[in-house]
Design a protein around this ligand. Structure first.
Ligand code: TXA
Ligand code: MG
Length: 317
């Protein structure tokens, strides 16, 4: 099992030795290693059982580090970084040779993010290299939002989990790429499209291009619990599946069932995002065979929540 603690020096030392450390961010916990060291990066792919074709993003302490790892920094990308970093935004930029091909799965671009979490920012400031870090979950499973989530699934693969408490945003970063200087959203996430558009105007989405995913968070089955997740009209689903003792993931309503999680009683989508992955994990541990859920209102962060429910579901009704 991994040790869980708040010792930045310990995390720093392990990372300098090429070991894996789980780190807190405002979105989800990351499984981090020295991004400039292929031997260390290989350990991430092994621990997660992640296919080599799925590139990693790197984490930096501040905007001025971008030029170390990206060939250019389009004006519009700079504008976004200035507006939203540190924060739940990953920018996909043309990579410099300093970033090993292993990190980017051979792509000419690299995803770069400056996370907004005090402990991890301090750690990044003290390191002389960026941290490659995917979400700290086995490939395809629900992302972790607490140290215990990481421990439960990857504890035997890592020696240290830096404890930064529960993640404040709760869903992964929004990923933006650039096509001829124009922004393209590759993954919906913790930064709302409306907020991006307030800074750079209308932005296009390339989210459902899933035959050759540019961001495998777009793969059809992702963020998935082990149980069968059905998403639709909850009242109808509950009626139909009641004899199977299902787990129920409701947005606001209390269905008074033994295995139920409510994302936000007040209907607050930010609270719902924060609770989503924890709730799914709890229900995955409940006794029944099914998890039943419903979409949340499709506005703001609701779109990112619904995206994850859709990809986690085995059946949408
Ligand atoms: O919030 C987050 O982004 C978290 C925290 C730990 O920072 N990280 C995260 O990493 O969600 P991961 O690996 O679970 O998801 C990153 C996504 C993957 O779907 C990957 O395919 C995509 O980013 N990606 C990475 N590099 C890319 C690139 N060069 N071009 C397009 N997509 C890329
Ligand atoms: Mg992930």
């Amino acid at each position: 099992m991994a040790e869980i603690g708040k010792d930045i020096n310990k995390a720093k030392q392990l990372l300098q030795e090429g070991r894996l450390v789980a780190i807190p961010t405002e979105t989800v916990y990351g499984l981090a290693a020295n991004a400039l060291e292929p031997g260390a990066v290989t350990k991430i792919f092994k621990a997660k059982n992640r296919p080599a074709f799925d590139p990693l993003i790197i984490h930096v302490p501040s905007i001025d580090r971008v030029s170390h790892y990206a060939k250019n920094f389009p004006a519009i990308a700079q504008k976004l970084a200035e507006a939203f970093w540190p924060g739940p935004l990953t920018l996909v930029l043309e990579k410099k040779d300093s970033i090993p091909d292993l990190v980017t799965s051979g792509l000419p671009t690299v995803g770069i993010r400056c996370p907004n979490h005090a402990l991890t920012r301090q750690l990044l400031h003290e390191l002389e290299f960026p941290l490659a870090a995917p979400s700290a979950n086995p490939f395809g499973y629900i992302s972790p939002t607490t140290p215990q989530h990481v421990q439960d699934q990857l504890g035997s693969h890592i020696s240290y989990i830096l404890d930064g408490g529960a993640c404040e945003v709760g869903i992964e970063s929004t990923i933006v790429g650039f096509d001829n200087g124009r922004g393209v959203v590759l993954r919906r996430g913790g930064l709302k499209i409306e907020d991006i558009e307030r800074v750079i105007g209308k932005i296009s989405l390339a989210i459902n291009a899933s035959s050759n995913p540019r961001a495998p968070g777009q793969l059809h089955s992702h963020y998935a619990p082990r149980k069968k997740l059905l998403v639709g009209d909850l009242a109808i689903l509950i009626n139909e599946y009641a004899p199977h003792n299902p787990g129920v993931l409701a947005f606001q309503q209390d269905y008074k069932l033994p295995f139920q999680e409510i994302l936000s009683r007040s209907g607050d989508l930010e609270e719902a995002a924060r609770n989503l992955f924890s709730a799914l994990r709890k229900l995955d541990e409940s006794p029944g065979e099914f998890i039943l859920s419903e979409y949340v209102p499709d506005t703001g962060l609701g779109k990112a929540i619904n995206d994850r429910l859709r990809r986690a579901a085995c059946l949408v009704q």
